[in-house]
Design a protein around this ligand. Structure first.
Ligand code: GDP
Length: 410
């Protein structure tokens, strides 16, 4: 039975975020994912990468190799929003999988190492995300490492990835002494102590620097955003509200890149990162309708649970529960027991069970609607890239490629 929260979250599409984490191998994607699951209460035990207990890396091959190989979609809740976290492989050898997971995301966190800055692999994943028009925010991780420097990392982002980084935090303390950040939007200090965090006034020693950076941020934002510019011209300052909504617009249009920082390993900076995700990255209704075609005719489907079904399978895994097919539902609704149509294989499939994957647990659902990402048990032939649609309203979301032959007609 669905709870009230579940009902609200699945019907209010503005409160859904389909989020990916993009990073160079070793930048800390697994640790960030793990800490997000921990901060959202999805897991109650803090996993560590080095002892092989992280939740998203539950495949033994991943543990052995220490890199995230297979994408997994995990759901968590943050301040009344559902965040579906789609794990994107960071290793270039898995470019196809990266591309397919980029298709099903509406936004992403790009994780960087505060010492290394932008590395060649971060650049290639960044370009892929550009191709798919995925709005991003940046998280400069490992602020606790010797040699960590936010400004240098941001400079490498500006030079190599994005001309308009918008730094919304000032670090408090450096390297081993990294204790927290000043939130430049609200001018409040967020300090972490042994994993828990406290909010308070900006420390006296950071006040001047924070003031300077806030003004620089306002100036840059006003230069990029017409609405903010109007307010800036009349008052020569921006209200917190205008600044926040300008940052949302700039993130969604890709004209600016919000940058936050922290140390995932020390569990510092994760809560503001989640706040940034729900405030600035788009919901399924904020992105253009999905496009497909059928019989040479282009079609669009809105993110509407009442519209005909259009879903894309993006990952298939074999588990003890059977074949688990992860799908992104773009429009319509799937219900347990439904018959759906694969227009490329030209065969019907039956939806056995619908699961929401929450880290290492599965919650069973009666139905799932537009915008959501769930796993389905019972599909026999769907493979990554297959479209599932309403039998009477066919469309193909992803044309079949020669590398992935069409499943033969039954
Ligand atoms: P991934 O390859 O991007 O998934 O990176 P991991 O999360 O596996 O992290 C790579 C290594 O960096 C591991 O040894 C982590 O413990 C370490 N690491 C992750 N985050 C931090 C951090 O904030 N500070 C420090 N010092 N090390 C970190």
């Amino acid at each position: 039975m669905r709870t009230e929260t579940d009902r609200r979250l699945t019907t209010d599409l503005t409160r859904l975020r389909n989020l990916g984490i993009l990073a160079h191998v070793d930048a800390g994607k697994t640790t960030v994912t793990e800490r997000i699951l921990y901060a959202t209460g999805t897991t109650h035990k803090r996993g560590e990468v080095h002892d092989g207990t992280t939740v998203t890396d539950f495949d033994s091959q991943e543990r052995d190799r220490g890199i995230t190989i297979f994408a997994a979609a995990v759901s968590c809740d943050w301040r009344g929003h559902r965040v579906n976290l789609i794990d994107t492989p960071g290793h270039v050898d898995f470019a196809d999988e990266v591309e397919r997971s980029l298709r099903v995301l509406d936004g992403a966190i790009a994780v960087f190492d505060a010492v290394a800055g932008v590395e060649p692999q971060s650049e290639s994943v960044w370009r892929q995300a550009d191709r798919y028009g995925v709005p991003r925010i940046a998280f400069v991780n490992k602020m606790d490492r010797a040699g960590a420097d936010l400004d240098t990392a941001v400079e490498s982002i500006r030079r190599r990835l994005h001309p308009a980084p918008l730094v919304v935090q000032l670090p408090i303390g450096a390297e081993d002494g990294f204790r927290g950040v000043v939130d430049l939007l609200r001018m409040r200090a967020l300090l972490w102590d042994d994993g828990t965090f406290q909010e308070g006034p900006v420390p006296r020693e950071s006040a001047d620097e924070a003031g300077r950076r806030r003004r620089a941020l306002e100036e840059t934002v006003a230069g990029l955003h017409a609405g903010a510019m109007d307010e800036y011209c009349t008052r020569s300052t921006l209200s917190d509200g205008t600044l926040a909504s300008a940052l949302r617009d700039l993130t969604r249009s890709g004209d600016g890149l919000v940058v936050l920082c922290g140390s995932a390993y020390r569990n510092r900076g994760i809560e503001p990162l989640l706040d940034a995700v729900v405030s600035w990255l788009p919901a399924p209704v904020d992105v253009p309708p999905v496009r497909g075609e059928y019989d040479g005719t282009a079609q669009e489907r809105p993110a509407d649970p009442e519209a005909p079904l259009a879903a894309l399978a993006f990952k298939v895994t074999a588990t003890a529960r059977g074949r688990l097919t992860y799908v992104r539902i773009y429009s319509g609704t799937i219900e347990k027991g439904d018959h759906v149509w694969d227009p490329v294989a030209r065969r019907g499939e039956r939806v056995g069970r619908i699961l929401r994957v929450q880290a290492d647990r599965h919650a069973e659902l009666e139905r799932a609607g537009a915008g959501d990402i769930v796993a389905v048990i019972g599909l026999k032939s769907a493979r990554p890239g297959s479209t599932l649609c309403a039998p009477g309203s066919p469309l193909v979301l992803e044309p079949p490629t020669s590398a992935e032959p069409v499943v033969s007609v039954a």
